[in-house]
Design a protein around this ligand. Structure first.
Ligand code: PEP
Length: 255
């Protein structure tokens, strides 16, 4: 049984003080939840403060991006060593906003994913089709390419460790959520693709989470699908009560 995994992606929201306020309001709401892995990805600036306020509650902290380079003349970048030294345990890689707005490629996703695993952090690797790609019936081709190239060269054991986030681009921040059937179909496809490349054992162990306008009102139905192992939540994670409701809806007993 895969443990549900629910992550907040705050994007470019919240100052350090606002992040700490969130932690104070959020932790009492989920203090009995031990059956869901809970992760918060704030801005880089708020990472140390959140590590400090969330660690005792067993809530992990993720970076929203990372450099594949260990150090050097890369202005504006943050290395895995810096994240590690700050107690950060995970990194979101290849979010569609990084791909669309900052030119990230599948090759870049691959380099970051490998470097993140080598450093002992957990990558949350984002994949997903645009609306045009879905309407042209290219969804599965796009997912296959993103998995094949993004995870190229990984061992089955490494695939077991990472988290794949299926985020249809047309559902991110738009209020348009994939139907549970659409999410389930894509997740089953992704798991099949992982199985054909890395073997059934790795594919069965790998958590595949859904992202795209997840809200308290739709979380339980999405999480109720067998291949949906959790959620990556943008807008609805900014409010402690609404994020706590999504976490609760993802608990195994509640699904
Ligand atoms: C995201 O940023 O990964 C995301 C899914 O955003 P939202 O929940 O706002 O659609």
């Amino acid at each position: 049984m895969r443990k549900p995994f629910v992550a907040a992606n705050w994007k470019m929201h919240k100052t350090v003080a606002e992040a700490v306020d969130f932690a104070s309001a959020f932790t009492p709401l989920v203090h009995t939840v031990t059956d869901v892995d809970i992760v918060v990805a704030p801005s880089f600036l708020a990472l140390p403060a959140l590590v400090e306020s969330l660690a005792e509650h067993k809530i992990q902290v993720a970076a929203q991006n990372v450099s594949a380079e260990p150090q050097g003349a890369f202005t504006g970048e943050i290395s895995l060593g810096m994240l590690q030294a700050s107690g950060v345990q995970l990194a979101i890689i290849g979010h569609s906003e990084r791909r669309q707005l900052f030119g990230e490629t599948d090759g870049g996703v691959n380099a970051k994913t490998r470097a993140t695993l080598d450093a002992g952090l957990t990558p949350i690797v984002c994949v997903g089709e645009t609306l045009d790609e879905r309407e042209a019936e290219h969804t599965f081709d796009v997912l296959n390419r993103q998995i094949d190239e993004g995870l190229s060269g990984l061992t089955p054991a490494q695939v077991t460790e990472l988290v794949v986030a299926y985020e249809p681009v047309w559902a991110i921040g738009t209020g348009k959520v994939a139907t549970p059937d659409q999410a389930d179909e894509a997740h089953r496809h992704l798991r099949g693709q992982l199985a054909s490349t890395f073997g059934q054992t790795a594919a069965t162990a790998c958590r595949i989470i859904y992202g795209g306008s997840v809200k308290p009102a739709n979380a339980a139905e999405l999480m109720g699908r067998a291949d949906v192992d959790g959620a990556l939540v943008g807008g609805a994670s900014l409010d402690p009560t609404s994020f706590a409701e999504i976490v609760t809806a993802s608990r195994p007993g509640d699904r």
